[in-house]
Design a protein around this ligand. Structure first.
Ligand code: ADP
Ligand code: MG
Length: 368
C-alpha cells in the first residue's frame, strides 16, 4: 500500500523555556491511500495542533511530514500555497462558508482560488453537487441552510479541487445527532466511492466507530494507540483508550448494578465479553482470541442453569463487540466457568453469598 501521509517524529511546542507546552510530542504514524483515519483524544491532547501542522497552517518545531514522499515542512512561499491548494481539502466545525455567497459560489470560490479556467467552473461545481446530493442548496445562502446543508456545501467545496487528503477537525461537533449521522454517512461515501483519503479529528467515540477504519488515540501530545478501529475497540491496551471505549462499548455492568444483581440472584454473576473475531494486538502483534462465541453450547454441554441479566452489543464496522451478564447456577457451574474462561474473557463477580469485590473482579479480568 502507498503511504500518502507519513509523519515522522513530529513535534510542536508552544511558549518558551519558562512555560513550554509540548502540544505534539514526537508523533510518528502514516496514513495509506484510501484510508479513513480518525484521530481521537480528550480536549487538549494535541489533535488540532497535529492537524494544523499536517495542513501547514502551523509550522512544526521538529520532525517531518511527508505527503506523497515530499517533505512539506520544508515548503515555503509559492510552493507552499501550491501544495495546500492542490493536495489538501479542509472541512471545519463552523463550516467557514462566506455569508455573502450562495452555495454555488461558495464552492466555485475554491476553484477560482485554484486558478481553474472560468469556463470550466460551473461544470465542476455541478458535478460535485450531483455527487454529494446538494443540488437543492446551490442557490441558497448560508443563512437559509440547515447545519447539515452547510456542512455538505463545506465538504463539496473541500472536494471540488480534487484534494489528495481531506482534513476535518471536529467536523460534526456542532451538529445535532441526526445531522451528524447524515454528514458522517456522506464522509464515508466520499471515502469509499470517491476514494478520498480522510483524516478526521474527533472526541466523539460514536463517530470513530461508525465511519473510520483506522484510529489513532492521542494523550498529552503523543499517539498512545493506533490500529484498525475494530482491533483498538475490541482490545484496547491503554488506560485512556479503555476509558474512552468503556463509554462507547456497552454491556459491562456498573458497580451498583452488580450489587442489585447479587441482591436479586443467589447464583454466580458473570459477565462474558463478546468479541466476534480474533484481534491482533496493536502493540506486540500477538493474537487475542474471539470471546463469548460458544456460550450456549457450553451451557448445554454442562447442563447448568443460566439466565441473562444484562448486556449490550455494539457493532464496530460490522463486527460485534460488547458484554453479556448472566446468572449461572446448578451443580456443574465451577467446571463450566473454568472451561468458559479458557476461550472467553469473563468477569466473575461471585455469588450472593461469596461476592468478589467489584474492582477486584474487573482487575482480574484485565478491565482496569
Ligand atoms: P485538542 O485539539 O486535542 O483539544 P490542541 O491541539 O488544541 O488540543 O491543544 C494542545 C495543547 O496545546 C493544549 O495544552 C493547548 O492549550 C496548547 N495550545 C494549542 N494552541 C496553542 C497556542 N497557539 N499557543 C499556546 N498553546 C497552545
Ligand atoms: Mg481541537
Amino acid at each position: 500500500m502507498e503511504k500518502l501521509l507519513d509523519i515522522q517524529h513530529m513535534m510542536k511546542y508552544y511558549g518558551n523555556k519558562s512555560s513550554l507546552t509540548k502540544a505534539v510530542d514526537d508523533i510518528s504514524f502514516s496514513v495509506e491511500k484510501g484510508e479513513f483515519t480518525a484521530v481521537m483524544g480528550a480536549s487538549g491532547s494535541g489533535k488540532t495542533t497535529l492537524l494544523n501542522c499536517i495542513s501547514t497552517i502551523d509550522r512544526v518545531t521538529g520532525g517531518h511530514i511527508l505527503v506523497e514522499g515530499k517533505d512539506v515542512t520544508r515548503l515555503r512561499g509559492r510552493s507552499l500555497s501550491k501544495f495546500r491548494r492542490e493536495k489538501l481539502g479542509f472541512i471545519f466545525q463552523d463550516f467557514n462558508l462566506l455569508d455573502t455567497l450562495n452555495g454555488f459560489d461558495n464552492i466555485a470560490l475554491a476553484l477560482q482560488i485554484q486558478n481553474e479556467k472560468p469556463a470550466r467552473i460551473p461544470g465542476r461545481v455541478e458535478d460535485m453537487a450531483q455527487k454529494l446530493n446538494i443540488r437543492e442548496v446551490l442557490k441558497k445562502y448560508p443563512y437559509q441552510m440547515s447545519g447539515g446543508q452547510k456542512q455538505r456545501v463545506g465538504i463539496a467545496r473541500a472536494l471540488a479541487t480534487n484534494p489528495k487528503i481531506l482534513l476535518a477537525d471536529e467536523a460534526t461537533s456542532a451538529l445535532d445527532p441526526e445531522t451528524t449521522m447524515e454528514v458522517l454517512s456522506l464522509l464515508r461515501r466520499v471515502n469509499e466511492e470517491l476514494g478520498v483519503t480522510i483524516v478526521l479529528i474527533t472526541h466523539q467515540m460514536n463517530v470513530v466507530q461508525q465511519i473510520a477504519n483506522r484510529v489513532a488515540v492521542m494523550s498529552s501530545g503523543k499517539v498512545v494507540e493506533r490500529g484498525d478501529v475494530y482491533d483498538v475497540f475490541a482490545a484496547p491496551r491503554q488506560k485512556v483508550t479503555k476509558r474512552f471505549i468503556s463509554t462507547a462499548v456497552s454491556g459491562i455492568p456498573e458497580k451498583s448494578r452488580v450489587e442489585r444483581l447479587h441482591a436479586q440472584c443467589p447464583g454466580h454473576i458473570v459477565t462474558v465479553l463478546i468479541r466476534q473475531h480474533d484481534v491482533t494486538d496493536t502493540v506486540d502483534g500477538s493474537v487475542i482470541g474471539a470471546s463469548g462465541q460458544n456460550i450456549s453450547q457450553l451451557i448445554a454441554e454442562h447442563g447448568i442453569h443460566s439466565s441473562l441479566q444484562y448486556g449490550g452489543i455494539d457493532t464496530v464496522r460490522g463486527v460485534a463487540i460488547g458484554a453479556i451478564t448472566y446468572e449461572f447456577s446448578g451443580d456443574g457451574v465451577d467446571a463450566f466457568l473454568a472451561e468458559l474462561a479458557r476461550n472467553s474473557d469473563i468477569i466473575d463477580f461471585g455469588t450472593a453469598d461469596d461476592q468478589v469485590p467489584y474492582e477486584q473482579a474487573l482487575a482480574t479480568a484485565g478491565q482496569e
